[in-house]
Design a protein around this ligand. Structure first.
Ligand code: ANZ
Length: 556
């Protein structure tokens, strides 16, 4: 077999590239542009075949377009913050910066050896202060617009990586990197208010003509717009709780109501704080993560309260109120009315706790003797056993009609809900972009002034500590803002923030004044060909749309 001397090939290629560099990446309005982008890699060590496959596709397209007279932008960068660097450095007593930069050099030289047609003059690396100083500025701009906020919240806690995970980073109830079973924990966190754009993010999907349908469907489901109504249930049993509000998409099944279930974090839980059995139950629930997926997969368990909910259309019907692990606090109102015959989760719960199962929807042409036993009937059908709703086509007529009736009686109100949650961006880790926020002596939030940016990560620090290493950096944490002694935020940003705008940065990669220049962005964007894995369809591709939607380009 012929032996290849890669060093010689690399040299030859570089000479060739220098002489024939024809990928002009300056703006040239006489030519049609082609922006070809592969998702930038995490510098994990060496280039692997997955990278080669991806970059070869981009290379072929970039060359083809170039030969066809296009002005081609084909850049490369490094998604270089993140936990693997910190974990690898921790294990081998190394500096994450050194580990990362060594990997970048190796991978870059391998890509050069492969001869991929990349414009290395625009190389970016997210762990470089040159990149993240702009990100810190963007963060403050979003803060000023009210799109960033801090609140105490239940989070997905990865007990192995000792950090918080976004819902999108929990797969089958496990951390996407560590594989550890995710737990629920209450922490103060920073959030991007992505929910504010739920309607836009959903509606504008229709305009993304060239996006693969699969990606659009995944995003649509993730944003999850649900049409339904909120219903107030009167409560008996505790003089301090008089009503519980539920969100439902099926008010037409109200006569199949046989229990009411609330989340363990529902406001009424405060009345059970001292109850030992309830605290044990709550602890048991916190062993499941906070994502819908992990909750859906967990066994349905409940804690029966001493409360009863009264049927809003028939005061003679009273049903028990439970705390249940399958009810999410951050969806709707953290409470559901259980209708076992027509919802499988409710049916599983009812079978376990021996609750009434009343069938109120039957298949078309079925007798009134139709009865659900161990499989919920969720198809279209006809309402029966339901007094005023009887005979309506379900759900096409019956949902609207039921909402109308409930609205007329002032028991309920039409309501649209979204599955999408605000994006938790705090990570309790060292190797990430510092959040440009400090706290004064009274723990008030203070913005770090632009003149102090970038807030650089401290170097050569001890990573062999528990929790977040930055918490132990007492000198680094001190900052004086307007004469006040303040303490820097020690959470760092989720690395998905870094990758939410890198495709814009490539348009102005060497501009140290602004993250991206309006004219350059207007010329190069949108990306004409984006190459990457479907696993990024929701996370990265949704977050970057949020960034784009929320950011107004600087006026020149
Ligand atoms: C009663 C009912 C009867 C429901 C029935 C469904 C079928 P989507 O479509 O995903 O929006 N729900 C409401 N809030 C909840 C929460 N915080 N945690 C868990 N489940 C919750 O789902 C809406 C349905 O999810 C709602 O409609 C409610 O159950 C449940 F035959 O209400 B339904």
């Amino acid at each position: 077999m012929e032996k290849y001397n890669f060093k010689v090939i690399e040299k030859k290629w570089q000479d060739h590239w220098e002489k024939n560099k024809s990928f002009k990446t300056e703006i040239d309005k006489k030519k049609k542009k082609f922006y070809c982008l592969e998702m930038f890699p995490y510098p994990s060590g060496k280039i692997h075949m997955g990278h080669v496959r991806n970059y070869t596709i981009g290379d072929v397209l970039a060359r083809y377009k170039n030969l066809n007279g296009f002005n081609v932008l084909h850049p490369m960068g490094w998604d270089s913050f993140g936990m693997p660097a910190e974990n690898a450095a921790k294990q081998n007593n190394l500096d994450p910066k050194v580990w990362t930069e060594t990997n970048v050099q190796t991978m870059k030289s391998q890509l050069k050896q492969l001869g991929i047609s990349i414009d290395w003059d625009r190389e970016i690396s997210t762990c470089s202060p040159e990149y993240y100083k702009h990100q810190q500025k963007l963060f403050l701009e979003l803060f000023d617009k009210g799109l960033v906020y801090r609140k105490e919240n239940y989070v997905n806690w990865d007990p192995v990586d000792e950090t918080v995970l976004a819902n999108e980073q929990v797969i089958d109830g496990k951390g996407w990197r560590s594989g550890a079973l995710v737990e629920r924990k209450k922490l103060n966190q920073w959030f991007f208010n992505i929910k504010k754009f739920s309607d836009e993010l959903l509606d504008e999907l229709d305009k993304l003509d060239e996006w693969p349908n699969k990606v659009k469907i995944m995003q649509k489901n993730w944003i999850g717009r649900s049409f339904g109504c909120e219903i107030d249930f009167d409560i008996e049993g505790n003089s301090e709780v008089d009503k519980i509000k539920c969100f439902t998409t099926r008010p037409d099944t109200l006569f199949g109501f046989s229990f009411l279930a609330v989340s363990v974090d529902h406001p009424i839980s405060k009345y059970y704080k001292k109850n030992k059995e309830f605290s044990d139950f709550r602890d048991k629930c916190s062993k499941t993560g906070t994502t819908e997926e992990s909750i859906a997969q967990a066994d349905k368990i409940g804690f029966k309260t001493d409360l009863y909910a009264i049927h809003p259309l028939d005061k003679n019907i009273k049903v028990p109120v439970y705390f249940a692990n399958f009810v999410l606090m951050d969806y709707g109102f953290g409470a559901v009315f259980g209708c076992p015959a027509h919802d499988q989760r409710d049916l599983d719960f009812a079978l376990k706790y021996n609750l009434n199962i009343k069938t109120v929807v039957k298949p078309i042409n079925e007798e009134d003797t139709f009865n659900v036993s161990n499989k919920a009937f969720t198809d279209a059908g006809i309402i029966f056993n339901s007094k005023i709703f009887d005979g309506l086509k379900a759900p096409s007529e019956s949902v609207i009609k039921a909402i109308q009736i409930l609205e007329d009686k002032k028991i309920g109100k039409k309501k649209i809900n979204f599955r999408l949650k605000d994006w938790g961006i705090s990570r309790q880790r060292y190797w990430g972009c510092p959040i440009p926020i400090a706290y004064d002596e009274n723990n008030n939030i203070v913005k770090v002034p632009l003149t102090e940016l970038p807030i650089k990560l401290p170097e050569n620090i001890n990573l062999q500590t528990s929790g977040n290493p930055l918490d132990h950096q007492n000198d680094w944490k001190k900052i004086n803002i307007d004469g006040k002694n303040c303490t820097l935020e020690t959470d760092t940003l989720d690395t998905f923030v870094d990758s939410s705008w890198y495709f814009l940065r490539f348009a102005s990669a060497n501009n140290s004044d602004v993250p991206f220049d309006k004219d350059e962005v207007n010329y190069w964007l949108p990306v004409d060909q984006y190459i990457g894995g479907i696993e990024h369809a929701i996370l990265h591709l949704l977050y970057s749309r949020f960034f784009f939607e929320s950011y107004q380009f600087p006026k020149k």
